[in-house]
Design a protein around this ligand. Structure first.
Ligand code: PMP
Ligand code: GLN
Length: 383
């Protein structure tokens, strides 16, 4: 059996969701909305199914979705993208991440990435024979440690993997931080895999800035979006990569090997979604911001130290003021069993959880208000 896969545990999201079901717990762990996405988008998928859009679509994606991705790049970020040669549609951002890494990495190449990080990055990098170089962001501010980042770059650096807005820390990288990264990429002639699945989920006036929009970055970045997050339809697994025409053929070949195509009916619906007017995108983030505020206020009242959340679906909360004696894994298990509310231990987002911060839990707020209120009531009763 493959040693790397054998050594990879079942994802913490599956483990905690199963535990939540077992204990009848409210699942604020795994990041999925408990409400449906926009009705017109769902209806477009249903119509496409009945319209016999059910055979293999073009490998790099339905032309109408590639056009919609290109148009969204122009509308939101001023990027000029050729839909025919610079967009690849994938089966979720998960596939997109693997395809982008496959597209550029050779064994022995180094990839610079930031901890805390999403759980698919490291196993894929290692399976490709590449070497991760980890740079830690430190709570509560999660600011870019510039010296450590510069030191992580070297002659073998092939790419950086950047997730902004960042899961789980809900950090939105600033223009100055991105400029620092861009400078290093140019000096080391490296690429960037940009996980931007939460691009439309930013709060308090924080704006998502794609690294790809910075000077010199157009040809180096592979920018990844996800319909799951942008349309609150996480089960759909439709992702899209925007990258320069010099990179796209390799990305497309990786997609060819991984899944070859992505369901055409869903692609057609996602095109409808991306073409929605600005008010949709504005209310998506406004509604989530209100949910964030609701949960954050409740957790603060309970005594948690709630960190600032500038984007994504998640709040990171310090539970040490509550006086719980165990670590974050014990805490998340305990509240699942005793309070019937589930969260994710933040140490799960580190390569070596043993030397990670152990007093933070991640709570997802992409839930109906009544569910957030009930979770807070349960935590209050438990405390
Ligand atoms: N990247 C990040 C940071 C995520 O949080 C997620 C999960 N939802 C993904 C990628 C995967 O997205 P998808 O469901 O489109 O595969
Ligand atoms: N991205 C989601 C999260 O961070 C979960 C995706 C998954 O279950 N793999 O919660």
């Amino acid at each position: 059996l493959n040693a790397l896969l054998s050594a990879t545990g079942t994802t913490v999201f599956t483990v905690m969701s199963a535990l939540a079901v077992q204990h009848g717990s409210i699942n604020l762990g795994q990041g999925f909305p408990d409400y449906e996405g926009p009705e017109d988008v769902v209806k477009a998928a249903a119509d496409a199914l009945l319209d016999n859009r059910n055979q293999y679509p073009p490998m790099t994606g339905l032309p109408e979705l590639r056009q919609a991705v290109a148009d969204a790049n122009r509308r939101f970020y001023g990027l000029t993208i050729d839909p025919a040669t610079e967009v690849v549609v994938t089966s979720g951002a998960t596939e997109a991440l693997t395809a982008c890494l496959m597209a550029v990495l050779n064994p022995g190449d180094e990839v610079v990435l930031f901890e805390p990080l999403y759980d698919t990055y490291l196993p894929v990098i290692r399976m490709l024979g590449a070497v991760p170089k980890l740079v830690r962001l430190t709570p509560p501010k999660w600011d870019l440690p510039r010296d450590a980042l510069a030191a992580a770059f070297g002659p073998k650096t092939k790419a950086v993997l950047l997730n902004t807005p960042l899961n789980p820390a809900s950090k939105v990288f600033t223009a100055a931080e991105l400029a620092f990264i861009a400078d290093l990429l140019q000096r080391h002639d490296a690429y960037a895999v940009c996980d931007e699945v939460y691009e439309h989920l930013t709060f308090d006036g924080w704006k998502h800035i794609p690294l790809m929009t910075l000077p010199g970055m157009r040809g180096r970045c592979m920018r990844i979006g996800s319909a799951g997050k942008t349309f609150s339809l996480t089960g759909w697994k439709v992702g899209y990569i925007t990258c320069d025409a010099s990179l796209a053929p390799n990305v497309a070949k990786a997609h060819q090997l991984l899944t070859f195509t992505t369901p055409p009916n869903l692609q057609r619906a996602v095109a409808v979604g991306l073409n929605k007017d600005d008010s949709y995108f504005g209310s998506l983030s406004a509604e989530l911001q209100a949910k964030r505020d609701r949960l954050a206020a409740g957790l603060e009242k309970l005594g948690f130290g709630v960190l600032e959340a500038r984007g994504s679906y998640f709040i990171t909360a310090d539970f040490s003021p509550l006086g719980f004696s165990g670590d974050d894994v014990a805490f998340c298990r305990h509240i699942t069993e005793a309070a019937k509310v589930t969260a994710i231990p933040v140490s799960a987002f580190y390569d070596n959880p043993a030397d990670a911060p152990k007093h933070y839990a991640r709570f997802a707020f992409c839930k109906n208000d009544a569910v957030l209120d009930e979770a807070l009531a349960r935590l209050t009763a438990w405390k």
